[in-house]
Design a protein around this ligand. Sequence first.
Ligand SMILES: C[S@@+](CC[C@H](N)C(=O)[O-])C[C@H]1O[C@@H](n2cnc3c(N)ncnc32)[C@H](O)[C@@H]1O
Length: 270
Amino acid sequence: MRPLFRWAGSKKKLLPQIKKYLPPQYSRYFEPFCGSACLFFDTLPQKAVLSDMNAELIHAYSMVKTSPSKVYEFLSSLEVSQDEYKRVRGLEEKDLEDFQRAGRFIYLNKLCFNGVYRTNLQGRFNVPMGVKTGSIPSLSDLEAYAECLRDVDFFAEDFESVVGRAGADDFVYLDPPYSKPDSRKRGEYGPNSFDYGDVDRLVAALVSANDRGVPFVLSYCESDTLVSAIPCEWSVEHLSVKRHVAGFHQHRKMVGELLISNRPTMPGEQ
Ligand SMILES: C[S@@+](CC[C@H](N)C(=O)[O-])C[C@H]1O[C@@H](n2cnc3c(N)ncnc32)[C@H](O)[C@@H]1O
C-alpha cells in the first residue's frame, strides 16, 4: 500500500535492501522515526508501534485510524487552490476540532512543496503550495488506511523512550534525519529534531535494545563516527543511492548511505 503522507527523506528506494533484514516472524513492528512509514505500509505488519516527534503527524494518523469519515467530511469541504491553501495554512490548530486538525494536516501535506514539513520559530507550518502536488484522499482511501492502522499504537515522542519499549519478539526499524557535524540545521523536521549531537544517544539506545535481544535495522548517511561507535559484531552495509539535492528534482547526485543491523540478512540475499 502507498504511504498516506508525502514525506521528505522517505526510504522508498531502499525498501528492497531494508526488507532483507526483517525477521521471518515478529510480534510488533516499531518505527520510532516514522514520517510516512513507507516500510510499514509496504509490509503491513499485523501489530505496530509508530512514533515520531512531529505531534501533528501522529495526531493525523490517530484520527484517520479512529474517525476516517469525520476527517473526510472536513477535507472534502476544502477547495484545491492557492487562496484556499493560504487560508487553511493560516488556521490555528488550537481553534480546530481534532478531526479538522487532522484534515488540515492531510490537505497541507498533499498540496505543499515536495511534502516538506517545515515550521517557523513559533512552530507554524510555513511551506508554500507546490506545483507537483499529491491528490486528496477519498473517503474509501481513508477507510482503507484506518483498516491498516487498526492495530497500531501511536506516540508523539522522542525515539529513545519508544525504542526502550521494544522486546525480543519485536522488530525495530530506525530512520533518523541524516546529519553531519558541519551541516547547518535546515529545520527540515522542525525545532529539536534529531541532529549530529544525538548520535551517541541513538547508539546507546541500540546497545540497550541489543542487550535485550531486540532485532533492529538502522538507515543513516555514511558516517565514520557512527561506524566507529557501534559494536564490531553488528553488520554495516554500504549503499550508493541517487538522491535529489535540497529537494530539487533537477539536481540529483549519488550519496553514500548505511544499513546497520544486529541481524544477519536472509542467507544468500546479501
Ligand atoms: C527521514 S524521516 C523518516 C522517513 C520515514 N522512514 C518514511 O518512510 O517516510 C525522519 C523522521 O524523524 C522525525 N524525528 C526527528 N527527530 C526525532 C526524534 N528526536 N525522535 C523521534 N522522531 C524524530 C522527523 O519528524 C521525521 O519524520
